[in-house]
Design a binder for this molecule. Sequence first.
Ligand SMILES: [Ca+2]
Ligand SMILES: [Ca+2]
Length: 474
Amino acid sequence: MAMRKIATIVLLISLGFVYGQNLIGNAGLEDLTPAFWTPLNATMGGDVDVSATAKYGFSSFMISKASATTTEEGWMSDDNANLFWNNAGTGTFAVSVWYKTDGVNTSPANDDAKIGVVYTFNNASGTELATTTLWADQSAASTDWTELTGVVILSEAPEQVFVKQVMGKDATGTVYFDGIGCNTSDSWTMGVFNGGAEDVDGWMDWYGGNGNYTYVTDAEANTGTNSIVMAQPDTMTSMSELVYYSTPAPVEAGEWYKIGVWVKTEGVVDSSDWDRTYIMRDAIDQRVNLCYFFHTNADLNAGWDLVGGDKFVYVDQRDPSTGWTHYVVAEQAPEEATGISVRARFNNNTTGTAYFDDFSVEKMATSPGTGIIDVSANSGVPSDYVLARNYPNPFNPSTHIRFTCPSSDRVKLEIRNVLGQHVKTLVDSEMGKGNHEVIWNGDNTNGQPVASGVYIYSLVTNKGLFSQKMILIR
Ligand SMILES: [Ca+2]
Ligand SMILES: [Ca+2]
């Protein structure tokens, strides 16, 4: 009997991997650790965080200590030498940083009481080629935003470049750092990733300023607390793209993947022209979209070579404002593909505000067929599978789920929680062509009532997976 229970648990876990494993890191934007940086110490005596105080953009790095600590505190960068498109070479590196202090210790007696940014250039075996430190001016306790600059000349190309923001163990007070740079002046070979503290772990951004922006906000969320907000006013004369994009996640060439995101729009430029199969290679102006690329690099963190993808999944803009809606497509990873990255995006001249949350890239258990298919959760074409909104919603104690099959086929209707854990399978059988309705009583496989919260119901079909969200309130 005990053996049988164990076997059941193992089976559920393996099913979870087939359908539920999301390959995108920090897909729900809940981890606010700045991308490409790590706190120096796991057990921090001080407060090492991101602050809304900023020289550029919306955030800066912050290190704050009320009293001396046993170790130095601060942030350590990832190795920037060959990160993605970086390829650090020989020559003159201009290093720079903006800092602001608030109540720091003055007249430091030695380096342990100082505050600064340390740049280290190593060869492949980790031996130091050069190092330089930009020290903050601690002659006064508080200093408004001030720039520090320096120059490092290298005759050998570094294979490792690290940047450390540090408050020595004896330093106290608060320091903010922003605009951290390490750039070659004549022929560009590298920069510092997320030197402005604008992006959260696993993500990068691209926007032009002048009143438009994209960053992670707690103003709206599909699940959890945070989402990506993207906004562009309609008063701008020159409006370019806005992009918040993931670092690449590994995929296997030839395998099929479901690629999805939840989007909510507020006052975006509207268009009557929308189809739920609206996925294409054309970058249409004025459109909100999910975009994705496949990568070919053996090391996904060293290189940005693309193969295939470069496709746009267009959001429904028939109304200027639409509540959280799930957009999902299926795509086969091309030959040579090693990774995929996904993008929240405003194409040129898109105006208004949109929120993106819960990105997903999941390997499909079976091929959905040939070519690109749209498995968007929106109601639409009756000749296709349709998974309708449940009613009532929110609900207690039960809710009705309706779906339509375009032909007689084996389908599965499953419920999962927001962590992707299986809750109950409502249908797993051949269903006839036409409309079907199932009632869920808010219980799990064992018949026990489940807790209040958001649940995802999915229709698994031979053309892909359709999902909708529902809320149980006890
Ligand atoms: Ca979220
Ligand atoms: Ca910044």
